[in-house]
Design a protein around this ligand. Structure first.
Ligand code: SAH
Length: 349
């Protein structure tokens, strides 16, 4: 059954007509405002007749049942665990910074991309999320941020799942964020493992969202091992798709690079990565992060001194790079740690 944030405005109009064909047209606007401006429950929409509120509560079910909420960084990082229709579980992370507040959303329950160093990949794929299940994560996070007088300014598709494997639902949610929640496309980031057909689809979409690519290795031999989908879409093909995205949107791209001790943190890795960055116009930005611990991957993150040296080397070689601060490691809310309590399959290597 469609949940409350799955409906388009036309869909909602049809739903209201089914509930009562004689309803005035402005009821649709009132319901839409309840969903996207007040962000409240149907029972609270007191500008509607009571009987209609009761009908709406029944026909517009919520998608997310709260399971737990964990807090870290003195309240600045909040991780939500939700249960979905059918029983699968997902997580959402709200991160409060001095100058912005970011919601990290899940696009799938689990993930099929099987990156060995990522807890979501270790747990495997359960199912796609609907656009309503994606949107409601943000609605709930906005409500939570409001409790501490903060406004959500950014959304990143960096939670569980591969957003470009579920592009249609992800795109429908992006339209809601941009058009109905006042979060402009420039503040929305889609992060991908490198699904080239998905990047190509995104290139044809009308809004200029930010693209982040989880690169982690800049030669095919290493990337084939770290990010298995690289065997299907090798680096040259992937960088070609990135180049076309940049040409179309005129935005900077970012490369995510989880630094793994002795694996992808050598000077030769920096040189290969810098060469890729220099080949892209208007530019690429590298986000470095020491690999976070996950139950199914033996190798640890690079020491911070090496991370900083790697960044300095990239800069010297003409590539922009920042070392990202880690959030919520103690509550398993950091990059690559979201498993929603799933048992993890320990890989053989
Ligand atoms: N599937 C998409 C969205 C997930 S984003 C993607 O791959 O981009 C989550 C980010 O965290 C990705 O960049 C991912 O590669 C990175 N990541 C995964 N495991 C990690 C770990 N153990 N430590 C640090 N980053 C990790």
């Amino acid at each position: 059954m469609a949940t409350r944030y799955d409906h388009s405005r036309d869909g909602l109009t049809e739903l209201l007509a089914r509930i009562d064909p004689d309803l005035p047209r402005y009821r649709v606007d009132q319901v839409w405002a309840g969903l996207y401006e007040q962000l409240t429950e149907p029972a609270e929409w007191t500008n509607l007749p009571k009987a209609l509120r009761a009908e709406l509560a029944e026909h517009l079910p919520t998608a997310l049942t709260p399971v737990t909420e964990s807090v870290s960084d003195r309240g600045d990082t909040v991780k939500f665990l939700w249960q979905l229709e059918g029983g699968s579980r997902i997580e959402t992370v709200l991160m409060l910074y001095p100058d912005r507040a970011t919601v990290c959303v899940s696009s799938q329950a689990g993930c099929a991309m099987a990156c060995g160093f990522c807890a979501t990949g270790q747990a495997g794929f359960t199912r796609h999320l609907s656009s309503g299940e994606i949107v409601e994560q943000v609605i709930r996070a906005i409500r939570r941020a409001r409790e501490v007088d903060r406004r959500v300014s950014n959304i990143v598709f960096m939670g569980m799942g591969e957003p470009l494997a579920n592009e249609a639902a992800v795109w429908a949610s992006i339209e809601r964020f941009h058009h109905d929640l006042g979060l402009s496309a420039r503040h929305l980031t889609v992060s991908t493992v490198g699904l080239v057909p998905g990047i190509r689809t995104l290139t044809t979409r009308p809004l200029p969202v930010n693209l982040a690519v989880s690169l982690h290795a800049a030669n095919d031999e290493l990337r084939d091992e770290l990010v298995p989908i690289n065997r299907r879409y090798p680096i040259d093909t992937l960088v070609g798709a990135c180049r076309d995205y940049l040409a179309e949107k005129g935005r900077r791209i970012s490369f995510e690079w989880a630094m793994i001790d002795g694996v992808n943190d050598r000077p030769s890795d920096a040189a290969e990565l810098a060469a890729i960055c220099r080949s892209l116009r208007p530019g690429a930005h590298v986000n470095l992060i020491p690999l976070n611990p996950t139950p199914g991957f033996p190798t640890v993150g690079s020491p911070l001194t090496r991370v900083n040296e790697f960044r300095d080397l990239l800069e010297t070689l003409g590539a922009n790079a920042t070392v990202r601060r880690n959030r919520g490691t103690d509550i398993d809310a950091a990059c690559g740690q979201l498993a929603a309590g799933q048992p993890v399959v320990i890989s053989a290597r």
